[in-house]
Design a protein around this ligand. Structure first.
Ligand code: C2E
Ligand code: MG
Ligand code: MG
Ligand code: MG
Length: 284
């Protein structure tokens, strides 16, 4: 690709800068810069941190778990949103080392909280498709559990429908092996992909997370009510738990509770917060 050929490092090290072709469009240039900064911060092990969002029981409003979400603050770019840098980390392959860092940091944080506060619940970590197809995912996860001392039973992995449907046979085997470590599995953003229901029942999935878009439009869109009811009914017959994402209003909360969803996450209860704040508010 001609654009990439023009992308030369002028110097190495602290004062390095890059030449970009005039034709290279703004967004390509921005992506390449984000990729370069990501790589650099990963090498230096700086700039990345986790925030945690509570998962809450709809019946009694108790915090029963949490989702770890990565954040990135870069010297040059400032705070970059995950919706911006995760796709670039995925297309560049950097998600593999980054994902490993995230997993390690999440497990070690929960282990520390278990020891200091007796916290019982699980931490959920998002996996990207690239991680699922990396050949050594299983030993990597096993060694993170080993290193941090966290029980597999305390870890949940969030996957998406499209990741599962890509290579069904291999994925069924891999997911079963992860389950054997005690880990539980959730499908994230459920309802937005194109899951085949006949495949869905073949995967050892514990939880469906109803995508935020259905919850968001609950007040305005009758179809979304029907979709959510259908997901809850299906999860019930497949013996899966249901988590609703992105709950922001009492009305959404009431609807989900009355329809029998199990857990919710959302700004109504709490935004994702840094570890210190999570401990102060939810583990005291
Ligand atoms: P996700 O896994 O579905 O995470 C839920 C996203 O919804 C989070 O955005 C969270 O901050 C946001 N959210 C939670 N409650 C509400 C709410 O009530 N209203 C609204 N409007 N938003 C809410 P975030 O942290 O920006 O992450 C976006 C996506 O980026 C994630 O979606 C996930 O796909 C990806 N991501 C984030 N962290 C990681 C990570 O550590 N690893 C990987 N592979 N992907 C990640
Ligand atoms: Mg998630
Ligand atoms: Mg989600
Ligand atoms: Mg989502």
């Amino acid at each position: 690709c001609a654009d990439i050929a023009m992308y030369h490092a002028k110097e190495q090290g602290r004062n390095s800068f890059y030449f970009f072709s005039a034709e290279m469009n703004e967004s390509t240039r921005e992506r390449l810069n984000i990729e370069r900064q990501l790589r650099q911060d990963l090498e230096r092990q700086q700039g990345f941190y986790l925030v945690f969002q509570p998962k809450v029981d709809l019946q009694n409003n108790r915090v029963v778990g949490m989702e770890a979400l990565v954040r990135w603050r870069n010297e040059e770019l400032g705070e970059v949103l995950p919706t911006r840098f995760i796709p670039i980390a995925e297309s560049s392959g950097l998600i593999v080392p980054l994902g490993q860092w995230i997993l390690q940091a999440a497990c070690s944080q929960l282990k520390q909280w278990q020891e200091s506060t007796g916290a019982q619940f699980k931490v959920a970590v998002n996996l990207s498709g690239r991680q699922l197809t990396q050949p050594d995912l299983l030993p990597v996860v096993a060694s993170v559990l080993q290193d941090t001392g966290l029980e597999g039973e305390s870890l949940e992995l969030e996957l998406t429908e499209s990741m599962l449907m890509e290579t069904v046979e291999k994925t069924v085997v891999l997911l079963s092996q992860l389950k054997q470590l005690g880990i539980s599995l959730a499908i994230d953003d459920f309802g937005t992909g194109y899951s085949s229901l006949s495949y869905l029942k073949r995967f050892p999935i514990d939880t469906l997370k109803i995508d935020r878009s259905f919850v968001r439009d609950l007040e305005a869109d009758r179809d979304d009510e029907a979709i959510i009811e259908a997901i809850i009914a299906m999860a019930g017959s497949l013996k899966m738990q249901v988590v609703a994402e992105g709950v922001e209003t009492e009305l959404q909360f009431d609807f989900l509770r009355s329809r029998g969803a199990d857990l919710y996450q959302g700004f109504l209860f709490s935004e994702p917060v840094p570890a210190s704040e999570f401990a102060r508010r939810f583990l005291a």
